[in-house]
Structure formats: structure tokens, C-alpha cells
Write a protein that binds this ligand. Structure first.
Ligand code: CDP
Length: 203
């Protein structure tokens, strides 16, 4: 495929965006960008005392250590730095260039369909109840040996939902064309199958 073809996948924390994005990328052989990692990397630098705006201007996404960016402290820091308009602006060009590359791209985040690529050919908004999302995140953390009580994970998910939804710049919300997929009572396989069928329909 020579023309750009962007699949924008937005939604709240731990809704299943990552799993669905990776499955779409593998199925259609599209490139995949987890944009949350950009904010996590800035959050991680902020925790070591760096100026978040400067950090956002000199990220090297090729060097990200995925595992160290998934901890609870970095996660909260990511959602804090994500409220800073200059941080978001600094990350835009990279995301847009990635999205419009030849061969197709899937980007997951919070504002892909609303701000980064409003002309995305496919827009999906993946959601689920906070309790189900916290349960999924808690299981992932346990598998990594990162044992926080479920109640704390739920509290942190809710805190991030509020910060992501209430911020002034690029708040979390579905794009105008977005198809909303609520995975509260859905298996991963069913959610992936629906998402793939939505992409197929637009190709
Ligand atoms: O994986 P999870 O959904 O828990 O989070 P993430 O996608 O890695 O994003 C971490 C944080 O970065 C979010 O809570 C947002 O505050 C921020 N973020 C954002 O503001 N815009 C994006 N496009 C992606 C992430």
C-alpha cells in the first residue's frame, strides 16, 4: 500500500488499545506506534528532575525501554506531563509523520483521532468499565511481578481517567467519526475481530 492509511485507536487506560493495535498491525502489516510510550518517556525524565518540555523535544523513541516505562510512578507522571500543552505540541510532528508513512500505520493513545490525525481513515474508541480495566491492569502487573493491591490500581486508573478527560489540551474523547467498542463484557478475541472487521471495511 503506497497511500497513507491511518488507524487511530483511542480510549482510557487499560481498555485494551495495545492488544487491539498490535493485532491490527500484525494482521494488515501496518507499523504500530504506542503513543503512550512517548508520554511515559517524558514522565520518566521528569521524575529524574528534567524539564518535561525540553525532554519532549529531545526524545529518541528507538531507545525506549518498554519495561521500565510501565511502572506505577512513571504511569502517573506520564499523565501529569501530558496535561502540559508544550509537551503535547513537541510530540505532534513525530506522531503525524509516523501516521502518514507509506504502508499504513496504527497509533494508539488518547487524542489520535481528535488532534493528531483527524483525517484517520479508521477511528476506534476502545473503552470498558473502570473496574474491568483496573482488573486487567492488575493482572498484567502481577504477571510482571509488580504487586499492587487491586484497590490501589483502581484508584490510579480513576485518577488518570479524570486527569486525561478533564485537561484543557487534547482531552480524552472519541473522534467525530469514531466507532465505539465497549469491551467490558467482551473477550479479547471478539474485540480484536470487531476491530479488524472495521479496518477491513474501510480498505
Ligand atoms: O497503557 P495505558 O492506556 O494505561 O496508558 P498509555 O497509553 O501508555 O498512556 C499513559 C498516559 O499518557 C495517559 O494516562 C495519558 O495521560 C498520556 N497520553 C496522552 O495524553 N495522549 C496520548 N496520545 C497517549 C498517552
Amino acid at each position: 500500500m503506497k497511500e497513507p492509511f491511518t488507524v487511530a485507536i483511542d480510549g482510557p487506560a487499560a481498555a485494551g488499545k495495545g492488544t487491539i493495535s498490535r493485532a491490527i498491525a500484525a494482521h494488515f502489516e501496518f507499523a504500530h506506534l504506542d503513543t503512550g510510550l512517548l508520554y511515559r518517556a517524558v514522565g520518566s525524565k521528569f521524575l529524574t528532575g528534567a524539564d518535561p518540555i525540553k525532554a519532549a523535544h529531545c526524545l529518541s523513541p528507538d531507545t525506549f525501554d518498554d519495561k521500565s516505562l510501565r511502572g506505577s510512578e512513571v504511569t502517573q507522571a506520564a499523565s501529569k506531563v501530558a496535561t502540559i500543552p508544550e509537551v503535547r505540541a513537541a510530540l505532534l510532528d513525530f506522531q503525524r509523520a509516523f501516521a502518514r508513512r507509506a504502508g499504513g500505520a496504527v497509533l494508539d493513545g488518547r487524542d489520535i483521532a481528535t488532534v493528531v490525525v483527524p483525517q484517520s481513515e479508521v477511528q476506534l474508541f476502545i473503552t470498558a468499565s473502570p473496574e474491568v480495566r483496573a482488573r486487567r491492569r492488575w493482572s498484567e502487573m502481577c504477571e510482571r511481578g509488580d504487586e499492587l493491591p487491586y484497590d490501589q490500581v483502581l484508584k490510579e486508573v480513576r485518577l488518570r481517567d479524570t486527569r486525561d478527560t478533564d485537561r484543557t489540551t487534547a482531552p480524552l474523547k472519541p473522534g467525530i467519526q469514531a466507532c465505539i467498542i465497549d469491551t467490558t463484557e467482551m473477550s479479547v478475541e471478539d474485540a480484536v475481530a470487531i476491530a479488524i472487521s472495521k479496518v477491513e471495511a474501510k480498505r
